[in-house]
Design a protein. Structure first.
Length: 201
């Protein structure tokens, strides 16, 4: 095994921050090039006439999934050393609804608000201020909600582990789900573009 590099001591914490910064710049650049720095572009998915956000994010998920799977198969990556956040079912469902509500109202998620701010959009900056304000408030009230925030713990869960199926089978079914999702998204776009714009976006 030669990866993950940090876990195997190929570089230290300082260098890892430099790598994270470079990757972050690249990630932000491609988000902006995909149009994710625009609240109109992002919010249009909730009206179903432009599902670019759904398609791009699902493509990223599938690409990462295949990369991790095959790197593990070829013995390049030790999957067991990859860190991911433990599962807290109810708190994360509630958090997802809060994040989704903010996404619909503001037109951004935390990441895309940074992208929008970086290219000078005022609405993105205001949203980003709200993100930091929300983080501050959450930190202040955490002692009051800590029991809820750590409730319904399931530890570190994976789809294949939870369903008790081989990793490759999970990859196959997620790929099928992606294909179906792309087909459904394209169909929704055609239907709602026709309703809203008479067939022309």
């Amino acid at each position: 095994m030669i990866a993950p590099f940090y876990k195997f001591g190929f570089f230290g914490e300082e260098f890892s921050l430099i790598i994270a910064f470079i990757i972050g710049i690249g990630f932000g650049f491609f988000l902006e090039r995909a149009g994710f720095g625009s609240a109109r572009k992002l919010a249009s998915q909730f009206y179903f006439y432009d599902m670019t956000v759904f398609k791009v994010m699902f493509t990223a998920i599938i690409t990462a999934m295949f990369g991790v799977f095959f790197l593990g198969v070829f013995g390049i990556l030790d999957i067991n050393l990859i860190y991911f956040t433990p599962t807290y079912v109810v708190p994360q469902i509630v958090g997802g609804f809060i994040l989704g509500f903010g996404f619909i109202v503001g037109g951004y998620c935390p990441g895309t608000s940074v992208v929008s701010t970086s290219v000078g959009r005022i609405d993105g900056f205001i949203f980003l201020v709200g993100v930091f304000l929300g983080i501050f408030i959450y930190g202040e009230i955490y002692p009051l909600i800590s029991n809820f925030a750590t409730s319904t713990a399931m530890g570190k869960q994976t789809l294949y582990g939870f369903l008790h199926i081989p990793y490759g089978v999970a990859v196959f079914f997620v790929t099928l789900m992606a294909v179906g999702g792309f087909a459904g998204a394209s169909r929704l776009e055609k239907v709602f573009q026709k309703k809203l714009f008479g067939g022309e976006k």
